[in-house]
Design a binder for this molecule. Structure first.
Ligand code: MRU
Length: 378
């Protein structure tokens, strides 16, 4: 991976995307999210190995972006397969490696399988490359448009909250980063928030810091700040207290994998927020593009694979110290540590899903009303 420091001052209005495919060079350029908000750097991914490492080390993260990065990883795999004169068997092995990079976000396998299926139908090597590039572009466009539409369908929910509060500030709580950094544009959980902000709704966001990697404190706060959305970073444990005191009007989160029965896997700690929201009668919305539905799994708690990551992410906290990004040790060095990256919120705790096709209840029946073409899947 090669890094390029972003020299130009970031323009507040500039619509950034966390990923670009540079056609002339056949490379994937991504924002290195490990360094945000203190340093802004692009990284160039030139090989399948680079793509896998970027996904595993969280240079890129968030379910839709993992899928889009994997899609461009398949493009690199096809280019290499043609270059070294290999066939579909080699390509499939490379794709399996990409799919194994992270286990929980289903967008990864969804994107890889979609491109592979199209590339397999083509014989000519140059055509395989053209097909892979076209399909990766389609996936990127699909995720972008889905997030825009999540904003469109989520806006009436925000307007209803605003009306109920007679114009007083609408307080939304969110967990992790489900913003444009995790997607391509708009974000999932943030799409209704941005739509409401643009419409002039008085909105404020409680941002869970989201230990261990602090995607909320580092990424969501940075995103919201750039867009001028009022927000406050809170510790992960503060949500219940705020809800008890009427300071949260709704929770909106993203998801990494959602069963067609409505169970939601998302960043560790999401389940506790859903429990607290239920106890306090606060709506708990999950925003997702259809690429995040897993149409094959029925019981989220038993069946969704939960990633366990390296202990050093829990042991160390990263921050800015004297102008330099540093990691500092928190617990005793010898204490054992566990690092479960996701948890599953059962459907019964979810108020509704906000998807690119509309809002639905977290039941198989209601989800299939929006996605009837998935009915034949048992
Ligand atoms: O481990 P991460 O940072 O990839 O986890 C991301 C999340 O849990 C997001 O909430 C989820 O992917 C939804 S992104 C739109």
């Amino acid at each position: 991976m090669e890094s390029i420091t972003e020299k130009r001052k970031l323009d507040r209005e500039n619509t950034l995307r966390p990923i670009r495919f540079i056609e002339e060079k056949n490379i994937v350029r991504v924002i290195d999210q490990r360094l945000l908000p203190h340093e802004f750097k692009w990284l160039d991914l030139k090989t399948v190995e680079d793509v896998i490492a970027a996904i595993q080390t969280m240079v890129v993260r968030g379910a839709p972006l993992i899928g889009v990065t994997a899609a461009y990883g398949v493009v690199l795999a096809v280019l290499n397969t043609v270059k070294i004169n290999q066939g579909d068997d080699f390509l499939e092995t490379e794709c399996s490696k990409i799919k194994a990079a992270r286990p929980t976000a289903v967008n990864l396998a969804w994107a890889v399988d979609r491109i592979l299926a199209e590339v397999r139908t083509v014989k000519d090597p140059d055509q395989k490359i053209t097909t892979a590039k076209k399909q990766a572009g389609i996936i990127e466009a699909f995720e972008t448009e889905s997030c825009r539409l999540i904003g469109v369908h989520g806006l009436p929910l925000m307007e209803a909250l605003c009306e109920a509060k007679h114009g007083r500030t609408v307080n939304i709580l969110t967990h992790c980063n489900a913003g444009w950094l995790a997607c391509v544009e708009y974000g999932t959980a943030t799409a209704p928030i941005y739509a409401a902000h643009e419409k002039g709704i008085n909105i404020h966001v409680w941002v869970d810091e989201t230990r261990p990697l602090n995607q909320g404190a580092r990424l969501t706060a940075w995103e919201l700040g750039r867009k001028g959305v009022k927000h406050t970073v809170i510790t992960d444990n503060a949500g219940g207290h705020l809800m008890q005191h009427g300071l949260v009007d709704a929770v909106i989160v993203g998801t990494d994998r959602t069963t067609h029965t409505g169970d939601v896997a998302n960043k560790i700690g999401t389940y506790l927020k859903a429990l607290a929201a239920k106890d306090n009668g606060i709506p708990f919305y999950v925003a997702l593009p259809s690429s995040t539905f897993d149409w094959t799994l029925t019981d989220g708690i038993q069946e969704i694979p939960i990633e366990e990551r390296e202990p050093h992410e829990v042991r160390y906290v990263q921050g800015l110290d004297g102008g330099k990004i540093r990691n500092v040790l928190v617990p005793p060095e010898q204490s054992p540590v566990a690092n479960f990256a996701f948890d599953v919120t059962p459907a019964r705790l979810v108020t509704a899903f906000i998807t690119e096709r509309g809002v639905c209840k977290p039941t198989r029946e209601d989800i299939l009303k929006l996605f009837p073409e998935k009915r034949e899947i048992p």
